[in-house]
Design a protein around this ligand. Sequence first.
Ligand SMILES: C[S@@+](CC[C@H](N)C(=O)[O-])C[C@H]1O[C@@H](n2cnc3c(N)ncnc32)[C@H](O)[C@@H]1O
Ligand SMILES: [Zn+2]
Length: 265
Amino acid sequence: MYRCPVCAAPLEPGPTAYTCSGGHGFDRSREGYVNLLLRPPRHRSSGDSLEMIHARRRFLDGGHFDAVREAVLAALGPGSGPVLDVGCGEGYYTRPLGAEEGRAWVGGIDVSRPAIRLAARRGPGIAYAVANAFDLPVVSGSVDNVVSVFGPIAPDEIDRVLCPTGRVTVAGPAPSHLIELKELLLAEARLHELRHPLQDDPRFRVAEQVRITRTLVLDRPEVEALVDMTPYRWQIPAERRARREELGAMTVTADCLIVTLVRAG
Ligand SMILES: C[S@@+](CC[C@H](N)C(=O)[O-])C[C@H]1O[C@@H](n2cnc3c(N)ncnc32)[C@H](O)[C@@H]1O
Ligand SMILES: [Zn+2]
């Protein structure tokens, strides 16, 4: 399902490299992933840092988002077609798809190389690639399910890579997501709007929508990992930085909206 980022011909995965009919080749890393990013994304960040990725893995390994993951996987439905997880991070949502029997192809892309490296170490059966969500190295119309969990949304690219009967599953924050943490650390703790990023796109319509709200009881290391995996860590105003150091065990709300969309036409 990947295509050559140079000439757009389909890429053939080989044991040591992905190659296209145009003679371009992209080596696989020791972990099995491939770097299909020709240049860093222009206006976008280079993705999550190693520190954020490790914090995310530590936190997610605690099982606090298992209900969200179950809802995301349920939203994909029982199909066996190709799936692409865009902004897959360290692979928390991608991994179970790779373990499913009979899935034609499971791809996970992220612009962060440390994220993809960590994902690939724990991800047999998944084609991981360093790539930009806004310029996907993916064959047009080749994917049955696009998944994006708290990741970047590029509507034109989703539209291009999705097959005519495809489904898009987008998970993101609902109003009270991590509100206690925001109240503690940020100058202004606004509730999220109850919206999803493809809401105003006429090419898609909502087929299903699920909201998962959970109270998470976290110990101090878990609270620290949670802060380190979110952008809040950059937003703490100077006068509240001491609070970051004093964080202890606390109860935090996880509030997520999982929306599945199909083509409107
Ligand atoms: C909040 S994290 C979510 C990761 C994963 N889906 C999860 O929920 O565990 C957002 C991810 O999007 C990635 N990202 C940011 N900009 C990107 C882009 N332009 N293309 C691809 N990935 C991007 C980051 O590196 C990060 O891993
Ligand atoms: Zn090529």
